[in-house]
Design a protein around this ligand. Structure first.
Ligand code: SF4
Length: 285
């Protein structure tokens, strides 16, 4: 059904011109994918250039202290991604001689590289016949098929789509269609799948087949007042120096809830983002 659509042709006319689409360097693409996991495209562009100026290769990244990578990540949020990127660089350097591996299994073996990211590097750097499924792509697949799907069905359907196609252009186009049109509140008029989309052709009535379909995330929980906000505050403070135990709760914004501050700070320590030594929290060296 989807293969009846000339998506590569649509992409040639409408695809977004993004800087990481002009390279096939796997490290640059990995960095873009990790940044894009939880940060908007418009915010990632400048930061991607800046990060790669400072950390152009896995070897350079691995040779830097993890605190330097966390520092460079400042403002992007979800700082654990910086730690994972550093771990990944170390693994590439130690196990693959500094050259990014190309096979899906090898990519999946890298720390912090999950199924989506491994496939993204395989297809966007090495142009392999893989299909990436982010939340928007999963939404397209469910709606065009007109039914909710299991995780295995979603990936199988996505994989079938790339057979005999240009996998690089197909996947980039799917991401663009998902980001531009197949949002939770869809804009079906200009969508290239509108002539074949079962849900749209049936009137787009409730229930939406994307609701509850595998890979389609629900709405993000509130940031204000969340543990994530406290984590971000502590990492931001640590960039300027250590934080003593007695200052922890105030720094995290919970001056009257020391136990919450300690519990959440412990998650940062467990994630490798912070170390706790001699009554002080500090960035790892
Ligand atoms: S036609 Fe509408 S519901 Fe179907 S894939 Fe396009 S945007 Fe999504």
């Amino acid at each position: 059904m989807l293969d009846a659509v000339d998506l590569e042709g649509w992409f040639a006319d409408h695809g977004r011109d993004l800087p990481w689409r002009r390279t096939r360097d796997p490290w640059s693409i990995l960095v873009s994918e990790i940044m894009l996991q939880q940060t908007q495209v418009s915010r990632v562009i400048d930061r991607w250039h800046r990060f790669l100026d400072r950390f152009p290769t896995p070897a350079v990244t691995a040779g830097a202290p993890v605190a330097a990578v966390i520092d460079e990540w400042s403002g992007l949020g979800y700082n654990r991604r910086a730690v994972n990127l550093h771990r990944c660089a170390v693994a590439v350097t130690e196990r693959f001689g500094g050259t990014m591996p190309a096979t899906l299994d090898e990519l999946l073996s890298l720390p912090g590289v999950g199924a989506y990211t491994a496939r993204a590097v395989a297809v966007f750097a090495f142009e392999q016949d893989e299909a990436v499924v982010d939340t928007n792509v999963a939404r397209i697949l469910a709606r065009t098929a007109g039914r909710t799907m299991t995780r295995a069905e979603v990936q199988r359907l996505a994989d079938e789509c790339v057979v005999g196609r240009d996998p690089w252009a197909w996947n980039q186009a799917m991401l663009d269609v998902g980001a531009a049109y197949c949002r939770p509140d869809p804009d079906c008029g200009p969508c290239p799948f509108s002539p074949v989309c079962r849900w749209h052709l049936a009137g787009g009535h409730d229930p939406d087949p994307a609701d509850g379909s595998a890979g389609v995330s629900g709405r993000q929980s509130r940031f204000e007042g969340s543990d994530r906000q406290g984590r971000g505050r502590l990492v931001r403070a640590l960039r300027h120096g250590p934080v003593a135990d007695e200052d922890l709760a105030a720094v995290m914004g919970w001056a009257d809830d020391t136990s919450r501050a300690e519990r959440v700070a412990a998650t940062l320590v467990a994630d490798g983002l912070t170390v706790h030594v001699n009554g002080r929290y500090l960035l790892p060296s």
